[in-house]
Design a protein around this ligand. Structure first.
Ligand code: CP
Length: 306
């Protein structure tokens, strides 16, 4: 059953998640062809509405839409009437008059994609809203994990870092838990929720977390832009206590543990330089899979007619 919008993963049931992850498989196969395009959304239009910076999400949605043969318009916020004070509502009403079919939106305010969805017939995809949700990141993470572990139930993913400000942690945890994956959080107490949802264990000590025996260590980006207060003494100290140092990298290599990160990476903070060449790093695979998963999402959603 198709939906109009994808705003978060909380409302998706297991069969919908399975459907999207299965649909992404043939779309990934399209990348290996000499003509990397299918006519699935020919004649449809996709509007990219990014009020916050993005490299991976923006470019992979654009590539995904183009590989589905949709027409893509990039709304350039910095050179638009937004700088003259035009509100999001007025901007969306103006763009809606152009009869766009899909709006991919990123905004610093939680809940803004839902507000846009309620006022437009276009399908709205949340490409990240404040600290609330980043549903396509969660789906691409699940897809990447399933490529390594086709039966992921019971596998263990340790998410490390700034859980408090992370929409990635929220969305990725939700989808992994729905797939039966065990999730735990590790980070400074100041960057962990006091009570973790979904019965997720919470560690502040790296060694204790490693005794939990994860199959994957998923490092989050330290989000300087969302931190109003100083949550740890220094970036060097953060790297020493919670980062993937050279010494820890050797240990996870010996233990056969996989490494994930949503990007962009703060080198020397979450990851040491050597981690970029780690043989079990899935970071580039996550980026590649983002296109296939976003193709599946756009193909699945159904804008309201009329
Ligand atoms: N992972 C992610 O959302 O990256 P971007 O900010 O580059 O889109």
């Amino acid at each position: 059953m198709a939906r109009k919008d994808l705003l978060d993963l909380a409302s998706l049931d297991r069969s919908e998640i399975d459907h999207l992850l299965e649909q992404a498989v043939p779309f990934k196969e399209v990348f290996t062809r000499s003509v990397k395009k299918v006519p699935a959304l020919k004649g449809k239009s996709v509007l990219m509405l990014f009020y916050e910076p993005s490299t991976r999400t923006h470019s992979s949605f654009e590539v995904a839409a183009k590989r589905l043969s949709a027409d893509v318009t990039n709304f350039d916020v910095a050179h638009s009437s937004v700088v003259k004070g035009e509100s999001v509502r007025e901007t969306v009403e103006t763009l809606q008059a152009m009869r766009t079919d899909y709006i991919v939106v990123r905004h610093g305010r939680s809940g803004l994609p839902a507000m846009i969805a309620s006022q437009t017939k276009a399908s709205v995809v949340n490409a990240g809203d404040g600290a609330h949700a980043h549903p396509t990141q969660g789906l691409l993470d699940a897809f990447t994990l399933k490529e390594v572990f086709p039966e992921p139930e019971g596998r263990r993913v340790l998410i490390v870092g700034d859980i408090l400000h992370s929409r990635v942690a929220r969305s990725t945890s939700k989808v992994l838990k729905k797939l039966g994956v065990e999730v735990a959080y590790l980070g400074p107490g100041s960057l962990l929720p006091r009570t973790c949802p979904l019965g997720i264990p919470r560690f502040t000590d790296y060694e204790e977390a490693m005794r939990w025996k994860p199959d994957v260590v998923y490092l989050l980006r330290v989000q300087m832009e969302r931190q109003e207060a100083q949550f740890f003494p220094s970036l060097r100290e953060y790297h020493r206590v919670y980062g993937m140092t050279h010494e820890r990298l050797k240990r996870i290599e010996d233990a056969g543990i996989w490494l994930m990160h949503p990007g962009p990476v703060n080198r020397g903070v979450e990851l040491c330089d050597q981690a970029m060449d780690y043989s079990r790093s899935l970071i580039n695979t996550q980026v590649e899979n983002g296109i296939a998963v976003r193709m599946a999402v756009l193909y699945w959603l159904k804008p309201r007619e009329g």
